[in-house]
Write a new protein. Structure first.
Length: 462
């Protein structure tokens, strides 16, 4: 009987010990996870150091170098990142006195150079225009800016400048191919001269890319009035429309993301800031960076690439107007803003060309690149339907503006400019490859060469 009691006690003790061990296992596992992660982090740091890849990995911000370079980084007046907004971009912008934001001057990357005036240009633009210089300013959003292009020279602004100066040089080399500077006396010679293309004004053409990623037409009005007109432009080019279709009708212009929400909800801003700090601390570990950089290599979505001044991952189709009333309000806002731009340039006696920007659903299918076809599939049928209705509304606005101001503006629609283009034209829904920029430069060149004010007038015979 004593033996039985002792065996029972031993069994109970083993059972309690086993039960206690079972309860401790999850706790041990939980406590071991941070230790394992720390050991892995140290191991990865050691391997990266041995491989000499420290600098390469340190520069990685979760996306490819070109995407990091083009992502906007919004800075406060004290030059500090806004708390609550990701700080993973390189293209610095700050709040503008006119509303919205503007690019900061004197910054560069491996892909772009921003001069001291905040324009995408390799050289500064003096306020006093040189006597022989013909200045053409380009306004617009990220498509005009040249998003995702390898250099300033790859953008259509640079290509257009080169094309115009080549035209001037050609006029000097082969004057017989253009209308003469003096009118022929005989009618037969005059008729022949009139068949030749007119000369454009001679001088040093400079196309200044003042476009800013994320800008809508409301931003461009303020920029034109306060930042561009003081530089005595000889012509203004505007390429826009897409952001106006994406921007809710109650917004006049694009602003720093979440700025209103943060101001109206301080506790929410605080928790967003804390979450951002935690996310960034995790993302900056060598373990996470190395896994993404060398193994996962995550690719951003078409939506993320196409809209550059937002931190929300809402699909593009959901950003477009869902009903006719909202679409009409957005189109009316665009039309009103362009009217104001027309009035500003007319008052300053500056020729104006306004173009609706290209978009991938106007690409056509006969020559489309497989990567473009993949993007169209990702965007979906709902996006295609809504964006095409949006562009139809922009076209109606364009026609109304041209009819109302026939002598004040030249309007163009580049929606389907690449319908039969044999190469890849789009990186995403609206941003163009260098080949796409070459086509755009040529079309703007043709439009500029046809503007009477930039042509050398053909004297009539006495």
């Amino acid at each position: 009987m004593f033996t039985s009691r002792r065996n029972s006690y031993s069994k109970n003790r083993r059972w309690r010990s086993s039960s206690q061990t079972s309860r401790q296992k999850p706790l041990i596992i939980l406590l071991s996870i941070p230790l394992i992660l720390i050991l892995l982090e140290l191991l990865v740091r050691l391997l990266v150091g041995v491989a000499g890849k420290n600098a390469e990995l340190a520069a990685y911000e979760g996306e490819s170098a070109i995407i990091t370079a083009y992502n906007l980084k919004f800075l406060s007046p004290s030059q500090q990142p806004y708390q609550g907004l990701p700080d993973q971009g390189s293209l610095a912008a700050q709040r503008s006195l006119a509303g919205g934001y503007s690019l900061m001057g004197k910054q560069e990357s491996n892909f772009w150079s921003i001069n001291e005036q905040g324009f995408r240009d390799d050289q500064p633009v003096p306020l006093a225009k040189p006597e022989n210089e013909i200045r053409i300013f380009l306004l617009g959003g990220s498509t005009a800016f040249g998003q995702w292009n390898a250099s300033n020279q790859a953008t259509f602004a640079s290509k257009l400048e080169k094309r115009l100066n080549e035209r001037v040089a050609q006029q000097k080399r082969s004057p017989e191919k253009y209308r003469p500077l003096t009118s022929p006396y005989f009618k037969s010679e005059l008729d022949k001269a009139l068949t030749l293309p007119p000369r454009i004004q001679e001088g040093q053409y400079r196309v200044i890319n003042a476009a800013v990623p994320g800008y809508a037409s409301g931003n461009e009005i303020a920029q034109l009035a306060l930042q561009v007109l003081p530089y005595s432009p000889d012509m203004i080019l505007v390429l826009d429309g897409y952001t106006d279709l994406m921007l809710p009708s109650q917004n006049v212009a694009t602003d720093i993301p979440k700025s209103e929400a943060f101001l109206n909800n301080a506790p929410g801003h605080f928790w967003t800031y804390l979450k951002q700090q935690l996310d960034e601390a995790i993302a900056d570990t060598y373990l996470v960076k190395a896994t993404q950089y060398w193994i996962l290599r995550p690719q951003p979505s078409v939506s993320r690439l196409s809209l550059v001044a937002t931190e929300e991952t809402i699909p593009l189709a959901k950003r477009l107007a869902a009903d006719e009333e909202e679409l009409n309000r957005r189109a009316a806002r665009y039309r009103q803003h362009i009217k104001q731009i027309i009035r500003l340039t007319t008052g300053a006696n500056i020729p104006l060309i306004v173009a609706v920007q290209p978009e991938i659903t106007g690409r056509g299918t006969s020559q489309i690149d497989p990567r473009e076809q993949e993007m169209l599939s990702e965007l979906g049928s709902d996006y295609r339907e809504r964006v095409q209705r949006g562009y139809a509304a922009l076209e109606t606005s364009r026609q109304q503006l041209q009819k109302t101001y026939p002598n004040n503006v030249k309007t163009l629609n580049f929606y389907d400019l690449y319908e039969d283009f044999p190469e890849r034209a789009f990186y995403d829904a609206v941003h163009l490859t260098e080949a796409g920029h070459s086509v755009l430069a040529e079309r703007f060149y043709q439009a500029i060469a046809a503007v009477p004010k930039l042509q050398v007038s053909f004297p009539k015979p006495e």
